[in-house]
Design a protein around this ligand. Structure first.
Ligand SMILES: [Zn+2]
Length: 493
């Protein structure tokens, strides 16, 4: 079935229908900081970005927030980080220095990297560091509310747990004042005060309206922040979306404890990588937005996500599919400016743009640039895309896409092959400003005259010009190199 509308527009419509007229619609996204933030995390924020744009298109005022969950404990040392970082395990990821830049915290270094990348693809949320919010005691009232409703929260969580929470469980966690770690046990919590003891031997009493070392555990923290920010939309990955997962319990806690309507939620599937390295946040082996931008223009990176509904998994390709994806996008762009798009395609194109151009931008195709780049004939207007092509050739392109123009004839040819190449040289000499089609027709004439098959003819030409069995379209190649260079080469036969 062909979809009529763009999915983010449909979500925006649902939100408005459900919430009625609001002064402001808050849409959220966010992530934790186990390590470097990768392209997989981008799906979360782009999903929100598209809903934000859709709401704005409907004339609504929107606040787009991005939560850095950087008041979480450091769980394990990623493979690319020194083992001595084990000493920080249990501390908040915002409380010790980055192994890559000791002027910044472990979390902040990764945060800034991602924030800078997001700007390049036109995603501009307001970033909120949960370490800052918690340290400033912003959630004290809501944490207190959690404590007051401890039993009710336990009932909700226990419905989905195999083993119920211990009777002395409290919906708070403490980072020890002495060792800064969360290896603490809460002994009692009342009003704004928490009594705790730590593995390091420290025993303490803290007023969390004055000292920001106390936080709510994730399953309470999440709905608490929906309340604090008045969130109406937030997406989530598979891990949060399962039966009994943190969205499900969060929804109940939001309604029962914080007395709010939980946000509209879409679940998104993970993305995979094809033709590039696999990624995983905690393994340290990740693919970042910047690395994807080496190959894809920002608009086309957006296009990969925009065109696929969040529920559907897809893969980002780095093999020959890249050429096809560029072609699909260019085709959509052409049809957009010629008014040959349907309503859904129109919105998809608009959603890809960082800034919508009044008329169709002039662009050379990725495929043609593969040839132009390798013969060194890139025009100024194509510099950016040519940069993507160069990166692709260097990092991912299969061998058959790479070539080098020969200056000497290195191959042995038989009589017929020689004849064919001499005829090609004469054709090129006699034709003034050939078009691709004219050359193409001439190639077939030559084959007939000499009595070689088309396959033989093309293979011979590639062997002579590139020292390879295959190459880009021959006419395109000759025109890109310039016929005089080819004539010079063929004169050696
Ligand atoms: Zn301690």
């Amino acid at each position: 079935m062909v979809e009529k509308f763009f999915w983010a527009d449909e979500i925006a419509e649902q939100i408005i229908k459900k919430r009625g007229n609001k002064k402001q619609y808050v849409c959220a996204s966010g992530t934790g900081l186990s390590g470097r933030i990768h392209i997989g995390n981008f799906r979360d924020v782009i999903t929100t970005d598209l809903v934000v744009r859709a709401l704005k298109k409907k004339g609504k005022k929107v606040r787009f927030i991005y939560s850095w969950d950087d008041f979480d404990r450091f769980r394990k040392v990623p493979v690319n980080v020194d083992e001595k970082y084990e000493k920080y395990i249990g501390m908040s990821v915002s409380d010790f220095p980055s192994p890559f830049n000791n002027k910044k915290s472990y979390a902040r270094f990764f945060e800034e990297e991602f924030e800078n990348s997001l700007k390049k693809v036109g995603v501009k949320p307001k970033f909120i560091q949960q370490s800052v919010m918690n340290k400033k005691c912003k959630y004290a009232n809501l944490i207190k509310k959690g404590i007051e409703n401890r039993k009710e929260i336990m009932n909700i969580l226990n419905k989905y747990r195999k083993e119920p929470l211990k009777k002395d469980w409290y919906p708070v966690m403490v980072f020890c004042e002495k060792c800064k770690k969360d290896s603490t046990k809460v002994l009692e919590a009342k009003d704004y005060v928490v009594w705790y003891e730590c593995c390091c031997g420290h025993k303490g009493r803290v007023d969390f309206s004055k000292k920001g070392i106390v936080k709510a555990p994730w399953r309470v923290d999440w709905p608490m922040r929906w309340k604090y920010e008045d969130v109406v939309f937030e997406p989530g990955g598979n891990d949060l979306s399962v039966y009994g997962g943190s969205f499900m319990t969060g929804k109940e806690i939001a309604k029962e404890i914080f007395k709010i309507e939980p946000p509209d939620y879409v679940f998104y599937d993970w993305i995979k990588i094809k033709g590039g390295k696999e990624f995983s946040g905690s393994a340290g082996n990740v693919l970042t937005i910047d690395e994807v931008l080496e190959i894809y223009e920002p608009e086309i990176l957006r296009y990969l996500f925009v065109g696929t509904k969040p529920r559907t998994g897809f893969q980002i390709s780095f093999d020959n599919d890249v050429i096809k994806i560029y072609e699909d996008y260019d085709d959509l762009e052409e049809r957009y400016y010629e008014n040959r798009v349907n309503a859904r395609e129109k919105r998809i194109y608009e959603m890809c743009q960082l800034k919508l151009a009044k008329k169709r931008p002039e662009k050379e195709s990725f495929r043609h640039l593969i040839t132009l780049v390798q013969v060194g004939r890139v025009e100024a207007k194509d510099k950016v895309r040519a940069g993507n092509v160069k990166n692709w050739l260097k990092k991912y392109a299969p061998e058959e896409m790479k070539f080098e123009i020969q200056t000497k004839v290195l191959v042995e040819l038989n009589e017929k092959e020689k004849q064919a190449m001499v005829k090609l040289r004469n054709v090129l000499k006699n034709i003034k400003k050939p078009t691709e089609q004219e050359l193409f027709d001439d190639f077939y004439e030559i084959c007939k005259d000499v009595g070689v098959t088309n396959t033989e003819f093309f293979r011979t030409a590639y062997r002579v010009i590139l020292d390879k069995q295959k190459g880009p379209r021959l006419a395109t190649l000759i025109l890109a190199v310039g016929k005089n260079k080819i004539i010079k080469l063929l004169e050696q036969i």
